[in-house]
Every structure is written in structure tokens, then in C-alpha cells.
Design a protein around this ligand. Sequence first.
Ligand SMILES: Cc1cc2nc3c(=O)[nH]c(=O)nc-3n(C[C@H](O)[C@H](O)[C@H](O)COP(=O)(O)OP(=O)(O)OC[C@H]3O[C@@H](n4cnc5c(N)ncnc54)[C@H](O)[C@@H]3O)c2cc1C
Length: 432
Amino acid sequence: MDNNEFDVIVVGSGASGATLARDLSRRSLKVLLLERGADRPMAETLSAIAAIAREFPVAEGLKATTAYTVGGATSIYFGVCKLPTADTFDKLGIDLARELDEVRRELPVVEVSDAFLPPQSVAVRDSARALGYPMKTHPMLLDTSKCPDGRYSYEAKWKATAFIEEALANGAVLAARAKVAKVIVEDGRAVGVEYRQGGTVRKAYGKKIVLCAGSPATPKLLIDAGIDNVGSRGFFCKPAFMMFGSVPGLAGRDAFLGMTECDLGNGVTLGDGAMTASLFKLFMLSNLKLTRLFSHAGTVSVAVALNDAPGGRIDADGSYHKRLAPAELDKLKAAEGIARKILEHAGARRIFRSRYVAGTPGGVLWVGEHLDHDLQTRIPDLYVCDQSLMPDVRITPLVMLVCLARRLANHLALSLQAQPATAPAPSGEVTA
Ligand SMILES: Cc1cc2nc3c(=O)[nH]c(=O)nc-3n(C[C@H](O)[C@H](O)[C@H](O)COP(=O)(O)OP(=O)(O)OC[C@H]3O[C@@H](n4cnc5c(N)ncnc54)[C@H](O)[C@@H]3O)c2cc1C
């Protein structure tokens, strides 16, 4: 093979791309992982988050956030883990029960104890319980050995870079700051990609091309490749907002966001909104609450999120468009009232609601309609494996995406007649 010829080209190094690259490289396949973001160690500071986080509009007045960096959105995600269920697999049209068993053994999915709840979370949980809204803790994707005394630690959250390090040690090639502009299709088959790196346009060729660029980017790459029904069932985007209030004398500290939650039973959830001081500052800045910038320790918060129905459209330029139904807006309004009562009962004053935000869109592509059972598009050798395929708005995506990528890696390895997987190689450093 030439230098720019690979068995598999993976576009995007988030949870899905990293898993694929890791699993394929374990079988000695020649893998190229292309990532538009930079490859630099992430620290959870205000400037580091601002450097990689990008907002994009998804619905009227609603923007979602993504991250351009090696490791994708796992570099800024919260680590909450609502596992996929049999119902999720029914919706997806693929049973991932076997992969789920494997992934649960591999990823650090932990039930967190009360010791992990900082004072501001305890205040919200107790207040919600007293008012008849039982908040329960979620499993989290955390290596708790990195959280001394249950304290917050960014390093404790599982991230896709763990798999990328192993992929590189196995021989995979990572090209960072390499933005894929198009899939090269010849004689009706996908044969490679064209990408821009450091001002130069380059081409790479592969026997299989897998788009793992995430739902913000994959639709446009598919549309440009000639697939015309992208987003034909609409999409969901989990609209949400936060309510904040100040409690005099409270000594809060950095927290994993979203550790407890109460399901209102009507598609709306109320969760604990405690977070790190850096993220808190970002929230205050984006909501123009400059006088609250340094009030993290004395603030309690509740996050309100809605499981919205699929709807809206994706335009030819890959942009998302949706309008929430009046009944959905009413549900959010009613939940705002409940969140306010919880905060008031916790002793909070100066309560305010943040602007509405959205989660990363899902439900964009469907097995049986846009992809076959092996995640191949109608363009032979072009596959998709990322958040665009999330079929279930009620769960958190990460574990399901890792399961899906594992399954696709097995399928590709079989069709490329790869060697059996070797034992995991020792992890190495991520290089640009
Ligand atoms: C703030 C936030 C909090 C979250 N919290 C949770 C949580 O608690 N639990 C959970 O399960 N999930 C959470 N998620 C969602 C979760 O992080 C994503 O569902 C998951 O990471 C998506 O993985 P992905 O592989 O689809 O793509 P991504 O992680 O989005 O990765 C795609 C990668 O592709 C790159 N890329 C895009 N376009 C191109 C291109 N043209 N060329 C080359 N590279 C490209 C991007 O830079 C990115 O690195 C959260 C997300 C966000 C934003």
C-alpha cells in the first residue's frame, strides 16, 4: 500500500471513531483517523473549553454544542450514563446486547454513592424530595480511584482519547487538524476522502470509509456524496435549560453535572445542575450574568430537559431546523415552575432561568432507511457510525455508540478478512 492508502479511513475521533480505530487496529488493519480539531492535552479551564467548544443552531432559539478536538465531545461531556435498553435496540433495529455486556466490562460504569454529592447537590436533592420529586443518582462513566474523597476530577471521566492512545500504539495513524471536505466516490463506490490540513488539500484512499464526524457534520458529508434523504424523519435535540439561585452561606464545590435526576413522567426530567466553577463561569458569561461570575460556591441549580418528539428538517447545507410544538413548550414552562419551587425550598434567592439550549441532535439516520443493517449507506463502502444514529432520546448516547462501533469494527474486519484481534497493546502517547 502507498502512504495514503489504508484499509479503513475513519472520519472523526469522538467516541465512535476512537472505538472503531482502536478495535480495527487490534486486528492489524491499516487505519487512518482524521480529525478536524487539534491534538492537545485538555485541561478543563475556561479558555480550554472555549477553544474547542462550538455552538450551532438546531431549532428556533436553540443552539447545541459540539467539540472540535481529538476525542470529540467526550472532552467536554458530563459522564452521565443512562444505559441503552432492549427498547433502544428495537428502535435502532439492531440488537447490541452482546456488545453491551462487553462494553460494560470494559468502561468504568459506576453507581455513585452519596459521598460524591457536593453540598449544593445535597441541598437540591433534599429539597426536591421534600416536595415530592425523588431525585435518584445515575450511573456515571468514572474511574472513582481518580476522585479522592469523592471529589470532582476531570481525569476521572472516561474519554475517547483512552482508545485513541491504544489505536496509535497498535499502528493506527492519526491526522489532527485535518478537516474532511468530501468523500471521493468513483464508479459508484466510496474510495477515499479529500481533506484539508495546514492549508493543503490532500487525498487518502481506503477500502472502507466510515463517517464518525458526529451529527453536526456527518449529514453534510452524506448529502454532498449524493445521498438525498438525510434527516427524512426529522430529528430530536433534547431542549433544556438551567435554573440558578443563590443560597447565603453555602460552601459548594466542583461537581460532576447531572448526577441526580427525577423523571416527571411526561417526557421532562429535573436534574441536579451542580457543575465545575469553570463551566459555571461559562454559563454566567453566555447568559450575561456578569455579577454572578464568581458565585459558584453559593449557587444551587436545577437542570430541566425535555425528550422532544422527532421533527424538523436538515437542509442541503447540513443545517438543522426545527420548531418545538406548543405542548412541548408548555411542559418546559410547567417544569420551570417546579424547579423554581425546589430552589426556593432549598433557601435560594435571586433565582433566574438560563436561555434554552439543545443537546446534540439524534434520530437523523435510521437503519433500514438510510443505512443497511451493517451501517453501510447506499454508496458501497461508505458507512456511518455516530450520534446521527441515536434512536432513543431517553438514554445518554455514549455507551450505545461504543457498542455500535464495536459491532461495525467486527463486521469490517470480517469483510476485510483481517487477522483475529490481538491482546490490547500497552497505551502510548497521542501524537499529532
Ligand atoms: C456538553 C455535552 C455534554 C454531554 N454529556 C454527555 C453525558 O453525560 N453522557 C453521554 O453519554 N453523552 C453526553 N454527551 C454526548 C456525547 O458526548 C456524544 O453523544 C458523543 O460524544 C458523540 O460521539 P460521536 O462519535 O458521534 O461524535 P463526536 O464526539 O461529536 O466526535 C466527532 C468528531 O469528528 C470531528 N469532525 C467533525 N467534522 C469533521 C470533518 N469534516 N473532518 C474531520 N473531523 C471532523 C469533530 O471535531 C469531533 O472530534 C454530551 C455532549 C455534550 C456536547
